[in-house]
Design a protein around this ligand. Structure first.
Ligand code: ADP
Ligand code: ASP
Ligand code: MG
Length: 347
C-alpha cells in the first residue's frame, strides 16, 4: 500500500454520528474525501525556502485530499524563548527583552524572504508584531507571575504561534487557502505546566467545531503544535518535542485517515542514523514495534503518538521533508508487506 491509498472499510468503520460529521458527509452519511494530517518539525520550517518547500508538499496533497497541518516552532526558537525565562529569573531583564526582540527579528526575516505581495506582507507583519507585543508584555510583567512553570509555558508557546502564521502565509503565496489556528482554542489540558495531559474527548468536540468547517470549505488549517490550555484559559504545553503528539491529537480530532510526520530523515531506523552508520531504515512497523522504538528514546517520534493512533487504527507515516521521493516508514495495521523489524524487537 502507498500513502495515497486508504482502505474503504476504514472510512466505513468511522461512526457516522460523530459531532460535526454532517459538516462533510454526503447524503448517504459517508465522508466525501480522504483527510490527511501533515505535521512539520522545526528543521522543516527553518527559513522561508524550507517553509515554501514544505508548503508545496501540502499544495500537492491538497489537490487530492483535505489537509490539516500541524507545525512546530522553527528549529531553535523554543530553546531561545526558554532562555528568556532563565534570564528573567537571574534578574537580567534588559537581556531578556533583547532576546525577545531577536525572536521577532528571526521571524520578520523569514517573512521578508517569503516575498509576499504588499498587502499580505503588511497583514502578516502586523500579526507578527502583535505577537511580539504580547511577548514583550509577558517579559515586562514577569514579576507578577507566581508560577514559574506556567510562565515558561506562556513564553514557549510563542514559537509555534509565530511559525503557524508564517506557514499559513507560505501556503497563501502558493495560492492555497489557509488559516493559522492556535491549538489552545481547542486542546484542553490539565494544569501540569510543561507536561500537560490533554482531555481528548473535550478537545475533539471543540476542535471539530473549529476545524471541520475550514476543511469543508477547502481551507487548510495550520495548527500550532505543542500548545494547549486549561479549561479556564491558561496556556499549557504538552512537553518538549510534543508537536508530534499534537499532530496525532489533531488527526484524531478530524478523523484523519493518515498522519504524516515530516522530518529530516527518511523514516524510522533501527538506531539514530545521525549517530550510527549501521542504522537501517525500517519500512513497515506495527504500532507496538514503533512505540517500543519511540518509548526507548528514538527522538524521531514522540512516544505518545502511537497509542493514540492505534485507537482509531490511523496510519502514521514518518517521511523526509527534504527527500519526499523516499517512501518513508509506514506504521499501522498489518498491510501486505510484513514487518521490517528484526525478530525479537529493536529495543
Ligand atoms: P523534528 O524537528 O522534525 O521533530 P526531531 O529532531 O525531533 O525532528 O527528530 C528527528 C531526529 O530524530 C533525526 O534527525 C534523528 O537524528 C533522530 N533520531 C533518533 N533516533 C532515530 C531513529 N531510530 N530513527 C530515525 N531518526 C532518529
Ligand atoms: N517546539 C517544541 C519543542 O522544541 C515542540 C516540538 O518541536 O515538537 O520542544
Ligand atoms: Mg520532534
Amino acid at each position: 500500500m502507498n500513502q495515497e491509498n486508504v482502505p474503504e472499510e476504514a472510512a466505513e468503520r468511522r461512526p457516522a454520528a460523530q459531532p460535526g460529521a454532517a459538516l462533510w458527509s454526503g447524503g448517504d452519511g459517508k465522508r466525501c474525501s480522504k483527510v490527511v494530517a501533515f505535521k512539520f518539525g522545526g528543521s522543516s520550517l527553518l527559513g522561508a525556502e524550507r517553509m515554501l518547500h514544505a508548503a508545496r508538499l501540502v499544495r500537492e496533497a491538497a489537490q487530492k485530499s483535505k489537509v490539516v497541518v500541524v507545525v512546530s516552532a522553527m528549529k531553535g526558537v523554543t530553546d531561545h524563548l526558554l532562555t528568556i525565562e532563565k534570564a528573567l529569573a537571574a534578574g537580567k531583564v534588559p537581556y531578556a527583552r533583547r532576546e525577545a526582540e531577536v525572536v521577532l527579528e528571526m521571524h520578520l526575516e523569514v517573512l521578508e524572504n517569503l516575498r509576499l505581495d504588499e498587502e499580505s506582507d503588511r497583514r502578516v507583519r502586523h500579526e507578527l508584531q502583535l505577537l511580539e507585543h504580547d511577548l514583550l508584555h509577558e517579559v515586562a510583567g514577569w514579576r507578577q507571575s507566581t508560577n514559574r512553570a506556567e510562565f515558561s509555558d506562556r513564553l514557549a508557546s510563542f514559537g509555534e504561534r509565530f511559525s503557524a502564521r508564517l506557514f499559513a502565509a507560505a501556503l497563501e503565496k502558493l495560492e492555497v487557502a489557509s488559516v493559522p489556528v492556535t491549538s489552545s482554542e481547542f486542546v484542553l489540558t490539565c494544569d501540569t505546566f510543561r507536561d500537560a495531559q490533554p482531555h481528548l474527548e473535550q478537545s475533539k468536540l471543540r476542535g471539530r467545531k473549529i476545524l471541520l468547517p475550514l476543511l469543508k470549505e477547502g481551507t487548510v488549517p495550520v495548527v500550532t503544535g505543542f500548545i494547549g490550555a486549561t479549561p479556564d484559559g491558561r496556556i499549557t504545553t504538552l512537553g518538549r518535542n510534543s508537536s508530534d503528539f499534537s499532530g496525532a491529537i489533531v488527526a484524531q480530532v478530524v478523523d484523519a485517515d493518515e498522519l504524516v510526520i515530516w522530518t529530516d530523515v527518511d523514516g524510522i531506523y533501527t538506531a539514530n542514523p545521525q549517530e550510527s552508520a549501521e542504522a537501517r531504515l525500517l519500512h513497515e512497523l506495527s504500532y507496538e514495534e514503533a512505540h517500543a522504538l519511540a518509548a526507548g528514546g528514538a527522538k524521531v517520534l514522540h512516544p505518545k503518538v502511537l497509542p493514540l493512533a492505534a485507537e482509531s487504527e490511523m496510519v502514521v507515516w514518518v517521511r523526509n521533508t527534504f527527500n519526499p521521493q523516499a517512501r518513508g516508514t509506514r506504521i499501522g495495521p498489518a498491510s501486505e508487506c510484513s514487518s521490517a523489524l528484526p525478530s525479537g524487537g529493536a529495543v
